[in-house]
Design a protein around this ligand. Structure first.
Ligand SMILES: [Zn+2]
Length: 64
């Protein structure tokens, strides 16, 4: 399964976690980041995104 790290704000991380596996790389740290989902400068963290299908492409065969 492909995995990548993304800088995400909280709302986007929540949204992504519905369809993908989202894991905070540095837990409990809130820092000012530029969110890679919404492109805004907000408080967020670095997340490892992987699993079922994240924004940017789903290329698994079969299964939900
Ligand atoms: Zn965002």
């Amino acid at each position: 399964m492909p995995k990548k790290t993304m800088m995400l704000c909280r709302p986007c991380a929540d949204k992504l976690s519905v369809n993908a596996t989202v894991r905070a790389v540095r837990r409990g740290v809130d820092m000012k980041i530029t969110c890679q989902m919404c492109g805004r400068r907000r408080f967020g963290a670095e997340y490892e995104v992987g699993g079922k299908g994240y924004e940017g492409g789903v290329d698994d065969h079969g299964g939900k």
